[in-house]
Design a protein around this ligand. Structure first.
Ligand code: MN
Length: 488
């Protein structure tokens, strides 16, 4: 990795970026790390450059990229934070300071786990960009994990899986989440990883490529006729999510990978709908699988059109259709927002973010100092949102005073419908008990339970739980009537 590669990437993100400062940061860090070497034997500066490059890749702003180059300087070299502030200003020094503080967090198993998460959220609250740097730092460390002894390798992989990946998911930075998860998957479940990788990369590859080429050929003519410029990609490989699906649903690889998926990226929203029309005129869609997440975005802000059609050879084929902007948001989450903010300077691009992130960003903009920001944040964001954890370590954000029933329906509709009891922080509790920030919530379900209790409507806080309970209890009433009057 060279500084020139980073310069090129930063320039393509933002032609007006201050490249001189970037070069200066490189000289500074290179001198500071001097003859230090990584465990891999490479010069230490390579790690700094890789971290910065990953940041440029997710379109972080120039100051974040610079902080990425400098991130290990105060801790590992003779140069201090004051030196950084003198040379690069308070903003960059603030980011580097955030990273140095975060690196003090050490993973010490489940008992310290929530504490670590809390610290991460606090750092995030201070400046979200600190977390972006930490993610990229971590991703490069993961890529060079082979150089470490087994025990350390496992510890880092587990910590990433349990703390970093869920937060990347909360922030919608799927690209980083997936990359981190696949590497950790390899280190934590080596055998399973190898088997899946072989199936994906070797057994299915040729077939997949031929099929996707066939689809591209068929689609090309009508899309050209409509003058729609398009890009088609095979779906992002993410072995860990395939593995999780196989675990959760107890299905085999072939059953999951039966569905063939393609992504079509087009210039405008109206092109998205036109493209969906073209696809439906070529192949018959499955009406249950047509999803318009453009008109109705997912709660985390995700936008796209989804449809599954019976494609060539009658194979189920899923299409995701989206604009370039939606695509980048889906991959880079919060980071893409900075990019668009930088580009057009308006606030329209904030609209599709989850409510709590929107709030964080708004407060960050409006606060004059860091202290202001943190106290406003406590008042406004964490005031009416709480974060709770599942036993698997997933983090969920819920409105304040949510109950285990709200939690159950966020995890999965069936878990809500079959809930009979709950453990909060390993203690038996009632289903209407209001949850607190940091609670570890486990839902006890009973397979044979008919459905939810209508009385739950009296205490649930989320729209989702309310809707699901209404739906399920309506359905069971209908069942009762059907039993009474056979034949309807
Ligand atoms: Mn580092």
């Amino acid at each position: 990795m060279t500084i020139q590669q980073i310069i090129n990437k930063v320039k393509s993100n933002n032609p007006k970026a201050d490249l001189d400062l970037l070069k200066l940061a490189y000289d500074f860090a290179d001198k500071a790390h001097d003859k230090q070497k990584r465990k891999t034997g490479e010069p230490y500066i390579q790690h700094s450059l890789h971290t910065a490059f990953l940041l440029a890749q997710i379109k972080a702003d120039i100051n974040t990229v610079i902080a990425g180059i400098l991130h290990d300087v105060p801790e590992d070299t003779e140069k201090s934070l004051e030196d950084i502030e003198k040379n690069f200003g308070a903003e960059i020094a603030g980011l580097v300071e955030g990273i140095t503080k975060l690196s003090k967090i050490k993973y010490r198993g489940v008992e310290r786990y929530r504490e670590s998460l809390r610290k991460m959220f606090l750092a995030m609250a201070r400046d979200l960009r600190v977390i972006l740097i930490k993610f990229c730092d971590r991703l490069h460390n993961l890529r060079t994990l082979d150089a470490l002894p087994l025990e350390k390798r496992t510890r880092i992989a587990r910590e990433t899986m349990e703390i970093y990946a869920p937060i990347a998911g909360l922030l919608g930075i799927w690209r980083l989440k997936w990359q981190m998860e696949d590497i950790c998957f390899k280190y934590l479940y080596g055998e399973e990883y190898k088997k899946l990788e072989y199936k994906y990369e070797v057994e299915k590859k040729v077939e997949r490529n031929q099929y996707s080429q066939k689809i591209k050929n068929i689609l090309d003519t009508p899309l050209r006729k409509e003058k729609i410029e398009y890009d088609i990609e095979d779906r992002f490989k993410h072995l860990y999510s395939i593995y999780m699906k196989m675990q959760n649903k107890n299905r085999k690889f072939d059953e999951i990978y039966d569905v063939f998926a393609l992504r079509v990226i087009v210039p405008t929203i109206s092109d998205c709908y036109k493209t969906m029309g073209i696809i439906h005129s070529l192949w018959k869609p499955n009406p249950d699988r047509i999803k318009d997440y453009i008109a109705v975005p997912k709660p985390n802000g995700y936008r796209s059109l989804h449809t599954t059609v019976f494609g060539p050879e009658n194979r189920a084929t899923e299409f995701q259709i989206r604009t370039r902007e939606m695509h980048e948001e889906a991959l880079y989450g919060i980071a893409a927002h900075w990019h668009y903010k930088q580009k057009d300077g308006d606030e329209a691009s904030y609209t599709s973010q989850p409510q709590w992130i929107k709030e964080i960003l708004r407060i960050q903009r409006e606060s004059e100092s860091t202290n202001d920001f943190i106290s406003n944040l406590k008042l406004n964001v964490f005031h009416d949102r709480i974060f709770v954890f599942s036993p698997q370590g997933d983090v969920f954000d819920l409105p304040k005073n949510s109950t285990p029933v709200d939690f159950a329906y966020i995890v999965h509709t069936e878990i809500g419908n079959k809930a009979t009891g709950t453990l909060i922080n390993n203690k038996m509790s009632s289903l209407d008990q209001p949850l607190k920030n940091g609670d570890l919530v486990e839902i006890i379900t009973e397979k044979n339970r008919k459905g939810p209790n209508r009385d739950w409507l009296k205490f649930v806080k989320t729209h989702r739980a309310r809707e699901k309970i209404r739906q399920a209890t309506k359905a069971s009433k209908l069942d009762q009537i059907k039993k009474m009057i056979p034949g309807i």
